[in-house]
Every structure is written in structure tokens, then in C-alpha cells.
Write a protein that binds this ligand. Structure first.
Ligand code: GLN
Length: 482
């Protein structure tokens, strides 16, 4: 997709301005229904597109992403552009600087066309927790696009952007990719700078791309990956360009099937599609190996302890003083506050939605004196055990396979009253964040429901910083079974 557009741009078959306008006209006709975007950036997008066209006209060489329209999740800062993170508390917030990933996209000449809807502060799995709108799944508009990066996924599948960026703390790139039939990558913790992305769980968060093909995702990763002095957790030595590893050859690659992930609890209809995918990997020459990740059952509880603890401390900064909304400044606010404490309390009460409040309260409790050891430290210990499980499994195999989610895209409103049900959907994705390994979701088949073929995602995890093997295997699968 990106490469084809690049060739057309270089050969003068299309211009970046025409391409950008084509995407905006689709947004105009479709997005009222889909609701993928929160903010559009038409003016700056066209300025950038014109600059690319000028370069081409002058016979200058252009890069792969140059002139290509893309969308950005609304918790990633783009200088001078509104960044709400899906929250009322940042309704009037204009980002004062570019996130590192945005700086890199801009340097590469990509055309940023807008900011996409998301669950408030990335907390959720359906994009229904946005304070602004519910994004619909373009595959079936009665269903959710997944979350929390649902707007970024919907934009790409509805052809309202060529590629997009999301963030993934527990599956927020991979699960929407699975629900929308796209490819979504969560890089290794430390592969991509988090500078300028609004923190949710700082030890879990990563930025990553959505695309229609594995190659597109690899091309975007090559642009955004690498060390950054603004994020001390980034690592040096990104294996760029990632697209050069897409040989289609996975002969002899060892793919692990964790027995804990294929238990009785897995929906047999999904298991059947996953088993077929395993057969396909075999036919492509991979060796399938049964492995065990014995501490898997503790992953979900450990995530829902560690994550809210970090949320509670990260979101303390939204106090009505430093950023965004201040209730006693706001005409629409519930009342005027009389002192500083009331301002804090009223701003947070008015500015945050119910899911964010739930997690802040849980996290604050978890971190409180006397409970810190019992909960937070315990969760950190579980993370060490899980890491150990993975180290052992990766002595035997190169990759670990499972479905991305235990379900297809569910109906809008189906789980809004039951947070626990929503959390259980994260079962296959959160472990990659807890241990830090890279993971990808790619289309592995479909499941028929209500007469519609709904996409199912296959999920691969690789060793720390081995994005190349991950991308190579997903690409071989995609190419082998188009
Ligand atoms: N669904 C998960 C949650 O609600 C993951 C969110 C994310 O990755 N940002 O926490």
C-alpha cells in the first residue's frame, strides 16, 4: 500500500495534494458515521503535501513515507494541535511540542491529517470510554472497533488514512487491529520513544503503527524506532530498515504454542481458526513446538494492579493548575470553587470520566501505606515470574503464537456495564506489556456472526528487540495466504 503510493507519487501518477484531498473527501463523506477523528488538520496537511509535490517536481528524491496521509492517536502530542486524549479535562489543551515519533514522521515528510478518537487516557477496549464520541467499527457499524486506539484503527480500515499511530499499554494497538482486520504492532518496550505520548502506565506503554499490510507497519516502524535522549528507557541499535527483513522465508522458524493459551476456556470457533493458522505456519516451513508459560493465569490480575497504580500517579498532574481544564475558570462548570483544594477536586470530578476515576481510585488504594507491598510489589514479583517464563520459552522457540483476543468485535454497548468482562478480553495481549516483548496482531481469518464475516487476529510475540523475526513471520503468513 505505502510502497505503491510512493511509486505513484514518484512517477507523477498522483500528487500528494490530490492524495491528501482524496482522504479528506472520504473523511467528509464517511466520518460522521464512523467517528474516527477528533481533530482534522487540513490546512497543515495540504502545506506539507504541497512541499512534497514541489520536491518531486524539482526531481528531488523522496522518502517512503513522504507525502503519505496518516492519522495520530489523540494522546500523542503534535505541536500547536489540540490533544485531548479523549478526556474532557484536556478539552482545550493545545500541545506545545512534538512527540519524538511526530518529529520523526515530520522529518520523513509524512502528511499528518488528524487526531483520532480513543478511550479516555487509553483506558478501555472499545473506544466507548471517550468523552467525545463512540467510534464505530467500519467492518460492521453496530460493533466497536476495539480500543483504546479505536479511532486510529477505524481510520485506516475506512480508508480515512493510509496508516496511523496508536499506543499500547495492554493491547490497545493489537486488539483494535484484530477487530478491524488490520496489522498492528506493539514494539519492544524501549524500541520507540514515549516522549510526547501521554503516560498511562509508564512501565507498560509503547507507541506503534497500524497498517493494512505488515510491510506498511515495518516501514513506519523504521521511521519511528530508535534511541532518544528525551526518553531514557529507549535502547540503541534499532535494526533498520525493518522492511528489509520481509523475505517471506520462515523455513525452520520455531513457533511456540503455549498450552495455557489454548485451554478449554478458548471459544472453540476461535480455536478452530487459530488451529488452521498453525497449520498454515507449518506449511510455510515453520516448526510448531508446544511450550508452557506456567504463570499465565496471574498476568491479568498483575496488570490490573500495576497499571492502575501507575495511572494513579501519572494522572495526578491533571489538577486544574498545570494542564487543560480548570473548573473555576470554566463557564460550563458545575460551580465556582472557592479555594485550591476545591479547584483540584472539582476539576478532577468534572473532568474525568467514570473508568478513569475507577482506575485512579484503585491505583491510589494499591499504592497507599500498608497495601503497597501486598499489591504493587506483589504484582511486580509476578512480572518477574512471567519474564522468567518467557526467557525459558524463548530458549526453545523464536516466536509465541495465540489469538489476539478471545472474541470478535463485540456490539456497541454490550460490555459498558461490566468492566470486569471488558478487562477479561485483554487476556492474550497484556503479557507482552508486562514482560516488554514485541508483539503483532495480523488478520488470521474470519468468523461469521449475524451473516457478517468478522475479522480475527493472530498474535505473535518475539524475543526482546527481535521485531525483525516478528514482522518476517507475519509477512510470510500474509503473503502466503492472500
Ligand atoms: N484494554 C486495556 C485496558 O483497558 C489496554 C489499554 C491500553 O493498551 N491502553 O487497560
Amino acid at each position: 500500500m505505502i510502497k505503491e503510493l510512493h511509486t505513484k507519487l514518484v512517477n507523477g501518477k498522483i500528487t500528494s495534494v490530490a492524495l491528501t484531498e482524496e482522504y479528506f473527501s472520504r473523511i467528509e463523506s464517511r466520518d460522521a458515521e464512523i467517528g474516527a477523528y477528533l481533530t482534522l488538520m487540513k490546512e497543515s496537511a495540504l502545506v506539507q503535501a504541497r512541499a512534497v509535490d514541489e520536491k518531486i517536481k524539482n526531481g528531488e528524491e523522496i522518502g517512503m513515507l513522504e507525502g503519505i496521509p496518516c492519522a495520530i492517536k489523540d494522546n500523542i502530542c503534535v505541536e500547536g494541535v489540540r490533544a485531548t486524549a479523549g478526556s474532557k479535562i484536556l478539552d482545550n489543551y493545545i500541545a506545545p511540542y512534538d512527540a519524538t515519533v511526530i518529529r520523526r514522521l515530520k522529518e520523513a515528510g509524512a502528511v499528518i491529517i488528524g487526531k483520532t478518537n480513543m478511550d479516555e487516557f487509553a483506558m478501555g477496549s472499545s473506544t466507548e470510554n471517550s468523552a467525545y464520541q463512540v467510534t464505530k467499527n467500519p467492518v460492521d457499524i453496530t460493533r466497536v472497533p476495539g480500543g483504546s486506539s479505536g479511532g486510529s484503527a477505524a481510520a485506516v480500515v475506512a480508508d480515512e488514512a493510509v496508516f496511523s499511530l496508536g499506543t499500547d499499554t495492554g493491547g490497545s494497538i493489537r486488539q483494535p487491529a484484530a477487530f478491524c482486520g488490520l496489522v498492528g504492532l506493539k514494539p519492544t518496550y524501549g524500541r520507540v520513544s514515549r516522549y510526547g505520548a501521554m503516560a498511562m502506565g509508564s512501565s507498560l506503554d509503547q507507541i506503534g503503527p497500524f497498517g493494512k499490510t505488515v510491510e506498511d507497519v515495518a516501514l513506519v516502524l523504521s521511521c519511528i524506532a530508535g534511541e532518544d535522549s528525551m526518553d531514557a528507557t529507549t535502547a540503541e541499535g534499532a535494526h533498520k530498515p525493518y522492511e528489509s527483513f520481509l523475505s517471506g522465508d520462515i523455513q525452520g522458524l520455531r513457533i511456540g504454542i503455549p498450552k495455557e493459551y489454548f485451554s478449554e476456556a478458548l471459544d472453540p470457533r476461535i480455536k478452530r481458526v487459530a488451529d488452521e493458522a498453525i497449520e498454515k505456519f507449518k506449511r510455510l516451513g515453520a516448526e510448531i513446538v508446544s511450550v508452557s508459560l506456567p504463570n499465565s493465569e496471574y498476568a491479568l490480575p498483575a496488570y490490573y494492579i500495576a497499571m492502575p497504580a501507575e495511572v494513579s500517579s501519572n494522572l495526578a498532574r491533571f489538577d486544574g493548575v498545570k494542564y487543560g481544564l480548570r473548573v473555576n475558570d470554566n463557564e460550563d462548570s458545575i460551580k465556582k470553587s472557592n479555594n485550591l483544594l476545591e479547584t483540584y477536586l472539582d476539576t478532577r470530578r468534572f473532568g474525568f470520566g467514570p473508568e478513569v476515576k475507577r482506575r485512579i481510585m484503585l491505583g491510589t488504594y494499591i499504592l497507599s501505606a500498608g497495601y503497597y507491598d501486598a499489591y504493587y510489589i506483589k504484582a511486580q514479583k509476578v512480572r518477574s515470574l512471567l519474564r522468567h517464563d518467557f526467557e525459558k520459552a524463548f530458549e526453545q522457540v523464536d516466536l509465541i503464537f495465540s489469538p489476539t483476543a478471545p472474541e470478535v468485535a463485540f456490539k456497541i454497548g454490550e460490555k459498558t456495564d461490566d468492566p470486569l468482562k471488558m478487562y477479561l478480553g485483554d487476556i492474550y495481549t497484556i503479557t507482552a506489556n508486562l514482560v516488554g516483548v514485541p508483539a503483532i496482531s495480523f488478520p488470521m481469518g474470519t468468523l461469521e456472526e449475524d451473516g457478517k464475516n468478522l475479522p480475527l487476529g493472530g498474535h505473535l510475540m518475539a524475543k526482546w528487540f527481535d521485531e525483525e523475526t516478528l514482522l518476517c513471520a507475519a509477512d510470510a503468513f500474509e503473503k502466503g495466504f492472500k
